[in-house]
Design a protein around this ligand. Sequence first.
Ligand code: DP6
Length: 349
Amino acid sequence: WVLMVTAQTPTNIAVIKYWGKRDETLILPINDSISVTLDPAHLCTTTTVSVSPSFEKDRMWLNGKEISLSGARYQTCLREIRSRATDVEDEKKGIKIGKKDWEKLHVHIASHNNFPTAAGLASSAAGFACLVFSLAKLMNVKEDQGKLSAIARQGSGSACRSLFGGFVKWKMGKEEDGSDSIAVQLADEKHWDELVIVIAVVSSRQKETSSTSGMLESVETSMLIKHRAKEVVPKRIIQMEEAIKDRDFPSFARLACADSNQFHAVCLDTCPPIFYMNDTSHRIISYVEKWNRSEGTPQVAYTFDAGPNAVLIARNRKVAAQLLQRLLFYFPPQSDCDFNSYLLGDRSI
Ligand code: DP6
């Protein structure tokens, strides 16, 4: 027999960024972060996990290619979920798996991203969140989403935020064991549903410096990152929570843009400096800044993760339509750009 579960998890985009760890193994951050979760129908990871007595070892395929599960991050997620497995019964198939049996059974994991892996579109976030969520469903883990987020966090920090829909905060926590470093939902996807997210894929090439090694180098060499984590982000988190609660787009946009720019300033302040944005990214920033100034009040926010692709957040559908039209005019399709729009999304299903 084979027992199978399929789950779909959307990616999330940070509007107040996580950059820097205080514990590399447990993946504990040096500051809180806030993100929006995208609509799972579009930018997501789909993962099918299966278990069968005939499987001889744990195996995983990513986008059709087998990958090794020997890395510490995969091992931690598997171990943490397995240790919380409970009895599973499927009467129709006549399957009965006891709590203890899970230690001997092996799983096969097939995961698929419908967007470029490691191009700075938070593929590891959706990937680990989906892995943890689907394994938890398969093994009938009874922990709440917050506890699951702390497990997903140990796969990839940003993954903990993909366990929830809408607006999500990852609390850095204080405990040494990381038990209070979890994600919480600030508001669901219906709270501010006028927002439209437009992603400009400027390049789908794999980034040169991974987030993991980039943030480690920043923590080791940047002075600015200390000021950011201690002085800047704590205030911004409070202001961003307020802006989200009040659906205050001008404040939301001002904070998101400033935070993205400071994160990239920290990257430049790292030794050797890390360049994630390219000329097209810079042109998009200038364009949005000019547009916002000419309107007198922000219409569009921008944010860039560890890559050149722009995530633009339009205040409503009318602005999103204008934005797409203008982007296509300034950055025609043959110019290595590709634009798509997304709505805010719900959590894993
Ligand atoms: C720039 O979560 O990919 O996207 O925890 O080492 O796996 P690890 O890093 P990762 O870093 C994401 C960094 C970011 C900002 C963010 O998503 O908050």
